[in-house]
Write a protein that binds this ligand. Sequence first.
Ligand code: UGA
Length: 458
Amino acid sequence: MRISVIGCGYVGLVTGTCLAEVGHSVVCFDSDTAKAQMLRDGRMPIYEPHLEELFLRNRQEGRLSLAEDAGETVRSGDAIFICVGTPPLENGDSDLSAIDHVARMIASEARSPKLVVEKSTVPVRTGQELKRALAVYGRNSGSKFRVASNPEFLREGTGVEDFLHPDRIVVGVEDEQTERQLREIYQPVLDGKFRCPVHPSGCQGAPEPAFVVTTIASSELIKHASNSFLALKISYANALADLCERLGANVEEVTRAMGLDPRIGPHFLRAGLGFGGFCFPKDIQAFIRLAERAGMDFRLLKEAESLNHHQIERFVEKIRHALWVVRDKRIGLLGLAFKANTDDTRFSPALKLAARLLAEGAEVHAYDPQAMEKARTELPGVNYEADAYAVARGADALVIATEWPEFARLDWEKIQAEMARPLLMDGRNLLDPKTIRALGFEYQSVGRPDGDSIGLPA
Ligand code: UGA
């Protein structure tokens, strides 16, 4: 099938590349000309495992191209996936101006019937507005438009894997033809018929994804409901961590045992500095606002959000308590990305923490394996170092703010020797308390007063 993808951010790039990988002919477009040129030159604007390899191969094999002209992109696809950003407005609502702009552009540029798929995360009823905009602005084009919702459940850092091996593919449709067309687009994924870059020796055993067909409104709601629920789980784990610290219990022991109950499940119960990134913080806010406009006060989610803000403050308080005076202390920060395996620093708890420490007058030195460039523009007051050892040199405290696995493999003996005071504040419960204390560190983590680490699943 000929597919057009509008918007080459995380979602659009992964979607377009993976749809090409499973055999479709894909044309991508981004209105940011610098980003589009970068892609045309074969350079990735983001770091995402496997993406570059797939992107370059599919371009070379002729299934993936980058259009310079939006109209050409619209006309070349039977199905058009809208993957533009929906950033938060001041009041927490999603800014839908990019979706509106693309809708009007599709309406005026199309010359034949199109299936328009909303892939961007949008509040309920966007599909209806999209349909209306296409009909009104396209009334003289002679084109017929069908609209579908197809939310993405891609995690940054495992986007390619999540696309090719999803648990579910959700499609919100209004007619059988649209359902058939979307099923056809995803059939290779449903059948597992593609060369898997994630499991080169074969991905036997991967369960067949569920193909879930709903109304457009339900499909839109599923996305916000899923992200908000996961955020809620994390805040619950963080509230438990607080209680564990007060009562002398270990949050990892508690959540691991809880997670063995299949009704609860083991994932997204890792306590730490809280959730960040461009999805959870904005989606939970947008969901709260959506409920508000529908006449419901979603207090449960408001509390989850407030706990998340509080988590950083609680950690700053711990650092303050440990250091006695923060002003003029040298604090090392390991990690800047909002989580491991990404270079994304948007709404990163690590950056929030760095900003709070700078505001208290600390001298902050930081290192991240991938996110230095993005952090530098976002937070210029930090001293960016070449590696973790340079960060530790002369530091009064070292903070682990992102759970990069390579931080666990550092030479901690060497780091201990380099620091002015071997105070280690582990905001991601990455290290084993007993082992690290045995090396001479003063060590504090989240919700684990003493005890061994038992390594929770992500
Ligand atoms: C999230 C969802 O997991 C995806 O399913 C969804 O498609 C995506 O948002 C989106 O809406 O596009 P992502 O933002 O990439 O994906 O990140 P997650 O892996 O979900 O992590 C979010 C944050 O929660 C990170 O800051 C992470 O460190 C934190 N987290 C996660 C915890 O603090 N504890 C946990 O147990 C799990």
